[in-house]
Every structure is written in structure tokens, then in C-alpha cells.
Design a protein around this ligand. Structure first.
Ligand code: TXA
Ligand code: MG
Length: 324
């Protein structure tokens, strides 16, 4: 099993030393846990792909302390990026920009662009300060599985990785992966929705587009089926729950808003009513559902009343999609 390290000064120093030695380390961000290696260490980056069993064409996000460090990885840093960094960094916004030639192919999966983000989590920032360099990190889950929002989730996905250490700072506060924005499109285009919303981005940039249907070509990690539990998942509208659930004979785990709407033998997992709380809870609830000895997960549909709910709905739809 991986070893958990407290995210205190000694833990951060050990994690930083391992990164400098070319190892892979799992660490918390405010969105989800990441599996990181130094951006300029091609061999260590290869180890991330191997450990995750990540397709080699799926590029990584480089984590940096600020806009200046981000601009050090890119050939362009338009004024709009300064404005975005000033407003949203540190935070859950990832920007896609043309990469510098000295960035290894492994960091971008051979693309001419690189995704950069300055995380807000104090442990992530302390780790970045300690290594004094960018850290490339995808979410610290097995490729295609649900993203991890606790150190225990990371350990559960890599039980055989005895050499892996996980900096443990408790549950992530946002719980949904960052918003990915391609800044080179006109208008700039959201490749993956997240807690930094289209409306907020438009407040800084003017019109912003949202790529529909997963954006596979531009952002391979947004393939339709993604973020998925290991058992089938379906979404049922609130009004349909009373008709649909009694017709399913074998027990399901049901992510719902009211336990009363779930008849036996199905097993309710009651979700928070607010979008922020729901996002924080979602991936843990999906992992809990997987472990419940049920054959199927049913998710009560969520409102579409704001951008955050729409980002949540995006992840739910990816968890249910049957295509790969
Ligand atoms: O919140 C997050 O973004 C977390 C934490 C650890 O920072 N990271 C994360 O990484 O979710 P990952 O690898 O699971 O998702 C990165 C997404 C993928 O959809 C990937 O395709 C996209 O960002 N991406 C990365 N580089 C890209 C690029 N050059 N062009 C387009 N999309 C890119
Ligand atoms: Mg991921």
C-alpha cells in the first residue's frame, strides 16, 4: 500500500525531496488529489502514465505558484491571462496555452500546448515552494475511475504502489476538478466546466464558449466516459424515482436528496442540497456506492439552476455514459 504522510513541514520536505529525486508523489489540491512529478523530469512523468494506466495521448496539468511561473512554461502570455490569474489564481482554473520548446513531450502528451494552474491549497503551494519548480499532475486516480478527494481514495486506487507516498491534508474543499479554459480559441473556450464558471470568466474576458460533447479532440481527458465508478450508473429524474426504483429487483445504491424516495431493497446515500456541498461529497459518495455490494448506482438528477450544478451534471453524465 502507499504510505500516507502528514502534510506538516516534515511531510512536505520528504515529498519535495522525493520529487527532486525523480519520484512520483500524491498531494492534495483544493479540487482533487493530484499525482505529481517535476514538469521537466520526463522519466518521472512517464512513471505517472504507467502508474495511472493513463492513455499516452492525455496531457497533464502543470501546477505553478503564480502567473509568472506559468508564463515560464508558455511562449505566449496575453494580457487576458494576467487578468485571469489576478482574478482566479490561486484557484481552480486551468489555462491552455502554447508550450515552450524545453517542456518535455511527456508533460503535454506531445501537444504544442500546455495546461497550467496555480492551486490554492496550502499544502500544494508549500510543495511547489519547496521544490521551486512546476509540478505536473493529473488527478491521482486510476485512469477513467472517479477522481480522489481524500488520501484514502488515492491509496485505494493504487494498492500495489508500495513506494508511493501521499501527502494527507484531509478532504478537498471543492471536490470537482478545475475548469479547463483554452485561451487561444476565439472566443476562449471552456473544455471542462468546473467551479470557476462561464459567467465568472465572462466577467473578465467577455464572451466565452463552452465545448459541448466532451471535447475529445481538444482535451482527451474529457472523453465522454470518464470519472466513472466500476459498476453501471444511471441518472433518474426526481419525478421518475417512484416509478423506476420499484421496478429494479436487485439492490441499487441511490444518490438522492431524500431517503424517503428510495424504497427497499435499494440503499439511499443522501446528498447535500447545495451545489458546493454536493460537489465536495460527490466522489466520496460514488466510491461509497461502489463498495456497497450493489449491482448498480442510480443518481437522482440534479438541478440545472446555476453553472456549478451544470459542472456537477457534466461529471454525472460522464459517469453514466456507456461509450469509452
Ligand atoms: O483540478 C484539477 O484540474 C486536478 C488537480 C490535480 O489539479 N487535475 C486534473 O487533472 O483533473 P487530469 O489530468 O485528471 O485532467 C486534466 C484535464 C484533462 O481533461 C486533459 O485532457 C486536459 O486537462 N488537458 C491537459 N492539458 C491539455 C492541453 N494541452 N490541451 C487541452 N486539454 C488539456
Ligand atoms: Mg483525471
Amino acid at each position: 500500500m502507499p504510505r500516507r504522510l502528514d502534510a506538516d513541514a516534515a511531510g512536505i520536505e520528504e515529498a519535495a525531496a522525493r520529487l527532486r529525486d525523480g519520484e512520483v508523489v500524491a498531494f492534495p489540491t483544493e479540487t482533487v488529489y493530484g499525482l505529481g512529478a517535476l514538469t521537466h523530469d520526463a522519466t518521472a512523468l512517464q512513471a505517472i502514465f504507467t502508474l495511472k494506466r493513463r492513455p499516452l495521448d492525455n496531457p497533464l496539468i502543470a501546477h505553478v505558484v503564480d502567473g509568472e511561473a506559468a508564463a515560464g512554461l508558455t511562449t505566449l502570455w496575453p494580457a487576458s491571462c494576467d487578468a485571469l490569474a489576478e482574478t482566479f489564481w490561486p484557484g481552480a482554473l486551468t489555462l491552455v496555452l502554447p508550450r515552450r520548446a524545453d517542456v518535455p513531450d511527456e508533460a503535454t502528451a506531445g501537444r504544442e500546448t500546455i495546461a497550467v494552474r496555480a492551486p490554492r491549497h496550502p499544502t500544494a503551494r508549500a510543495l511547489l515552494d519547496a521544490v521551486g519548480a512546476a509540478i505536473s499532475a493529473p488527478s491521482a486516480n486510476r485512469s477513467g475511475h472517479v477522481s480522489p478527494t481524500t488520501a484514502a481514495h488515492v491509496a485505494a486506487d493504487f494498492p500495489e504502489a508500495d513506494d508511493l507516498v501521499i501527502l494527507d491534508a484531509g478532504p478537498c474543499t471543492i471536490g470537482l476538478e478545475s475548469t479547463v479554459l483554452d485561451i487561444m480559441c476565439d472566443p476562449p473556450c471552456i473544455l471542462r466546466p468546473g467551479s470557476v464558471t462561464q459567467t465568472e470568466l465572462e466577467g473578465v474576458l467577455g464572451p466565452v464558449a463552452v465545448r459541448e460533447g466532451g471535447g475529445q479532440a481538444h482535451s482527451p481527458g474529457t472523453a465522454v466516459r470518464h470519472y466513472a465508478p466500476r459498476i453501471p450508473v444511471s441518472i433518474v429524474e426526481t419525478d421518475d424515482l417512484p416509478h423506476r426504483l420499484p421496478r429494479i429487483m436487485s439492490p441499487c445504491a441511490v444518490l438522492c436528496f431524500e431517503a424517503e424516495s428510495v424504497p427497499a431493497p435499494h440503499r439511499p446515500i443522501v446528498m447535500p442540497q447545495g451545489a458546493g456541498d454536493y460537489a465536495r461529497r460527490l466522489y466520496d459518495a460514488l466510491r461509497q456506492a461502489e463498495s456497497m455490494d450493489v449491482v448498480q448506482i442510480v443518481i437522482e438528477s440534479v438541478p440545472a439552476s446555476n453553472d456549478m450544478w451544470r459542472a456537477i451534471d457534466d461529471r454525472l453524465r460522464r459517469a453514466t455514459a456507456s461509450e469509452v
